[in-house]
Design a protein. Sequence first.
Length: 159
Amino acid sequence: MITYRLFRPEDANDVAKVIAETLRVSNRKDYSQEYIEADIKRMNEKFFINKAKQTHFYVFLDADRIIGTGAIGSYWGSTKEYSLFDIFILPNFQHRGIGRLIIETLEKDSYFLKATRVEIPASITALPFYQHMNYRFKDGQRKPDKEQLYRLEKFPKID
C-alpha cells in the first residue's frame, strides 16, 4: 500500500536519488544525457530542503521506502496562483496509479483549494499524463519552451 506524508529534511538524500533514477531512466528518450545530468546536479539534497521550506512537499512511500514526490507552492509569490513541482515516481512504480495519487493529493492541498490557477512545468515525457489529468496548454502554447518544458495549467475554481 502506498502512503504519503510531508517531506522531512532527512528525506533529502533519498528524494535526490529517486529523481536522479527517474530522470535517467524515464526521461532519457526525450532529453539528452547532458540535460538530464545538469538537472540532477541542480536537484541535490540542499535543493530539496530549500524547496520544502517554500512549498507543501510530499513524499510517497511503499512501506518505508520513498518511491515518489510531488509539491505545490506559490506561483512567483502569488496568493491565488500556484505551481506543481517535482512530480517524480521511480520507474519500477510507474503505471500503477501512483501518479494519479500524487496529483489527487496535491489537488486536495490547501494551496490548490484556494487557487484560481495552477501551473505545471511538464516534461516532454510527462505531457500525456498531465493532459489526461486535465491540465491544458498555457496560452495555447503547444511547443516546449527554452527549458524544454511545456507550461500547462488548470483553473480549479472553473474546472
